[in-house]
Design a binder for this molecule. Sequence first.
Ligand SMILES: [Zn+2]
Length: 315
Amino acid sequence: MKKFKSLLIMLLLSVTAPAQTNKPSRKMAVTFDDLPYASAGQPHDLSKAQRVTKELLRVLKARTVPVVAFVNEGKLQVAGEVDAQIALLQQWIDASAILGNHTYSHPDFNTVTVEQFEDEIIKGEVVTRRLMQAHPSYQLYFRHPMTHTGDTQARKEAIEKFLVARGYKVTPHTLENSDFIFNAVYVDALRNHDGALAKRLREAYLDFTIAATEFAERVSPKIFGREVTQTLLIHANDINADCLDEMLLRFAARGYHFVSLDEAMSDPAYQTRDTYVTKDGPTWLWRWMKSKGMHVRFDNDPEPPGWVAELFRKR
Ligand SMILES: [Zn+2]
């Protein structure tokens, strides 16, 4: 009887155990744009860039999150500060980040010629490639500014061909959180020493990030029959410096494990060829859906709260 009882307990445990740990196993790659620092247009201040870099890297190291971070090398050219700016990039490399190319000066591909855009790619890799020289062989990644990949099929294909010839892969993203909107308003609040508003913005930003994540989780099975590995696009800015730790915790609470971009790119969904031509910069979930000739409705795609959008508009 005793034996039977313990068997029964074991059986019960085996039935109940999965329910207790029933957190889905999800994967996410994390990418940063606009290195060394996305300033939201405030007056130039090296110390702010240094603070943001230090804080982002502290959190990424503590949580062992692999990242690819995309550089605009034009931002390094600050009189009297070139070495200090390059030192910021070196800190990312020292923290095991892979640096990618985001063009030299962040032009909108919709407004320049293919040849001008090619020059921007070439000029955009000089310092980064030198800094990454000591790194064992790695995949070169490119991300188009504003993820504007070409407003005609011919222009899109011309740049894709150019990038492939130079060894680059175009970097998709499946998840973004309008961080530049929150950040702009956040930087204003910090400058005005409005701690209450800054706190409210951090909370709204984190909630919105999770709402955007839930949306990506809901929509990807409609395209691929399963949740795909997510790739997050965020910027090297103040609000992320102050929210990244909590953001990563919230992702982890949803079952996310942080993987390299290389691993994310090996998800079969990412083999879908993006043939969708647009002047806008939608996520790759949208591009892949369109490229597959599907018509999935993307309604309930969350927008930042009205009060944040209003503050942003009034700047
Ligand atoms: Zn950018």
